[in-house]
Design a protein around this ligand. Structure first.
Ligand code: CP
Length: 303
């Protein structure tokens, strides 16, 4: 039986051989062979869809995943985000996926030499969510030009609202907003705020947002029922939507608050399609940043 409890468990010969073999691994031809491509997932905020669909995407691409557990890591001893990511780079990760509560956390990571994929930064951006939303809208309407998207709810605290508003305008969609005045943000809405009643009658896409209680506690002070009646997509409002209009929500959904529970899986809802599309998008993003196509590493397209 071999153990390594202290270095006294090794003879000097064994120790010298171990050091020599470790050194040989600098050249994979003389070591243990070419290592797989490993991507580290660092989630400093809770996630189900983004974390799991990145992991699915990594598995489907044949990549290895390193799950970074924030709670049992040296982050708890005060290690900075930069030193954490630099460590993952040093041990051989080829990219990092990061969700972090701090807006634009990635500005701290100048000097990191592996790709960073933003899985959500505070109220800042959520680019892969936005890409999967775009794919879902495109699958429905084929083009973005002139499609009326109404983003509804907690606009000010939502990275999804911010990211989607910018990119949808750039692609030629008409973007309006609806929700409590307290949660509007002129920078995002550019004054295009409409009532829920106008929204349901004119939208091609009703993009409902989760109330971000983790960012503002109970600000607003509505009961769930009052919020639902005043700003939510009720069963009655859904009946007034245009024939081909669809419902999106990044989820998790506060059922019977942002939208009626019965609407989560109704004919207009594309909420689970968004999740399905999340894996497709995250595979493409991983392939893009790792240049898997260009370097012909693990990525083969079936044409
Ligand atoms: N839509 C979204 O980002 O969900 P998660 O927080 O569960 O990842």
């Amino acid at each position: 039986m071999r153990h390594l409890r202290t270095l006294e468990d090794l003879t000097v010969d064994q120790l010298e051989k171990l050091l020599a073999e470790a050194n040989k691994q600098k050249d994979y031809l003389t070591g243990w062979g070419k290592p797989p491509i490993t991507v580290a997932n660092l989630f400093f905020e809770p996630s189900t869809r983004t974390k799991c669909s990145f992991e699915m995407a990594q598995k489907e691409l044949g990549l290895h995943t390193l799950h970074f557990d924030v709670d049992s890591s040296s982050v708890q001893k005060g290690e900075s985000l930069y030193d954490t990511v630099k460590t993952l780079e040093a041990i051989g990760c080829k990219a990092v996926v990061i969700r972090h509560p701090e807006e634009a956390y990635y500005n701290q990571l100048e000097g990191i030499n592996i790709p960073i994929i933003n899985a959500g930064d505070g109220s800042g951006n959520h680019p892969t969510q936005s890409l999967l939303d775009l794919l879902t809208i495109q699958q429905e309407f084929l083009i973005f030009q002139g499609v009326h998207v109404v983003i509804c709810g907690d606009i000010r605290h939502s990275r999804v609202a911010r990211t989607n508003a910018n990119i949808l305008r750039k692609l030629g969609a008409k973007v309006s907003f609806s929700g409590p005045e307290e949660w509007m943000d002129d920078y995002i809405t550019q004054g295009n705020v409409i009532s829920m009643d106008e929204a349901v009658e004119t939208a091609d896409v009703m993009m409902m947002l989760r109330i971000q209680t983790e960012r503002h506690g109970t600000e607003g002070g509505w009961s769930k029922e009052d919020y639902h009646q005043e700003f939510g997509l009720t069963i009655e409002r859904e009946k007034r939507m245009k024939d081909n209009a669809i419902i999106l929500h990044p989820a998790p959904v506060n059922r019977d608050v942002e939208l009626a529970s019965e609407l989560v899986e109704c004919n207009r809802s594309r909420i689970f399609k968004q999740m399905e599309n999340g894996v497709l998008i995250r595979k493409e993003v991983l392939a893009y940043v790792l240049q898997l196509v260009e370097e012909e590493k693990v990525y083969e397209r079936i044409i």
